[in-house]
Design a protein. Structure first.
Length: 313
């Protein structure tokens, strides 16, 4: 009986050792060989992506090369490279037009864009906090009305707004273009921030209230640091939209010294019967550079803000 038990115990003990010896003799498990793409497939993909990139960037490249074309070549030389390159367009643009230097137009656009960013981000964040974290009567109705303004075309409210600002004596100033930004009139940004705040747990708010914090402290110390990606996204869109805005300044600004860059471009085609295409193209390229650089610098924050908002429950 004891001999049988000993044999069983010996066999059980030797079984793992035998299995280990077999595994060692068999060697390591075979690795899956990576699937290599054929050379001709790689070349086709590279050529296709290169062609697509060239198609997308061609308007920008054409605009850059056209800044060196004399005014006489427009309409006669449809090619990309100018026949007689010149820097006269840059000299003419830097001198300004209508007695106003180019840096003044550039400064006006920069002031409007920066104030639009500050007003939009601050007011939209406050309104979004009220909709997302504060419970009050009529919350659903007011939020639905705010969303409904997204369906309201801007052209519907042009005349009433102009009459109001004209009666206040604010026409031909920056106030009609800046003041609405501080009143949370951009429903798109408010909705984006609301969706971002709603994904945050309310336990943080309750813990802060236990410590004696009010809505101002919770908003400033807790909510704002956590919604930084969404705030940067709002800032990027607000800057680009304000920098490229043409209709608003066209309605409210009448003096050339108050014109931003989009309105200043019109002067090169309206001052005489013949349009200065070389100066127009050059001024357009100069006006495009700040937006392009701004987007390249903050592209990572833009992708993070759009990708993360509204994805978590």
């Amino acid at each position: 009986m004891s001999t049988s038990n000993a044999a069983t115990t010996s066999g059980a003990a030797s079984t793992p050792v035998f299995a280990l010896q077999q595994a060692t003799a068999a060697g390591p498990p075979a690795r899956r060989r990576p699937v290599k793409r054929k050379t001709w497939q790689t070349i086709i993909w590279f050529v296709a992506l290169l062609a697509l990139t060239a198609i997308v960037l061609y308007p920008l490249i054409w605009l850059l090369f056209s800044t060196f074309k004399p005014n006489s070549e427009f309409g006669q030389n449809p090619g990309l490279v100018p026949d007689a390159p010149t820097f006269d367009n840059y000299v003419k643009v830097m001198e300004g037009i209508a007695g106003v230097p180019m840096w003044r137009f550039f400064g006006n656009s920069l002031v409007l864009a920066v104030l639009a960013v500050i007003g939009t981000v601050f007011s939209s964040a406050l309104a979004a906090y009220a909709f997302a974290r504060v419970q009050f009567k009529g919350l659903g109705i007011l939020f639905a009305a705010m969303i409904g303004t997204l369906l309201l075309p801007f052209h519907v409210v042009i005349i009433p707004q102009y009459i109001i600002f004209n009666n206040l004596g604010l026409v031909d100033t920056f106030w009609p273009l800046v003041l609405p930004k501080f009143l949370a009139t951009e429903a798109f940004f408010v909705f984006l921030l609301v969706q971002f705040m709603r994904q945050m747990p309310r336990d943080m708010d309750e813990a802060a209230r236990i410590d004696g914090a009010g809505h101002v402290r919770i908003f400033w110390a807790i909510i704002l640091p956590l919604i930084k990606p969404a705030l940067i996204t709002c800032a990027i869109f607000s800057f680009i939209w304000s920098w490229n805005d043409f209709l608003g300044p066209l309605l409210y600004l009448t003096s050339p010294e108050n014109y931003p860059l989009p309105i200043a471009l019109r002067l090169y085609n309206d001052q005489t019967s013949s349009s200065d295409y070389g100066a127009t193209v050059t001024a357009s390229f100069i006006a495009l550079l700040p937006v392009l650089l701004f987007f390249l610098v903050f592209q990572r924050f833009l992708v993070d803000g759009v990708a993360t908002q509204g994805l978590k429950g």
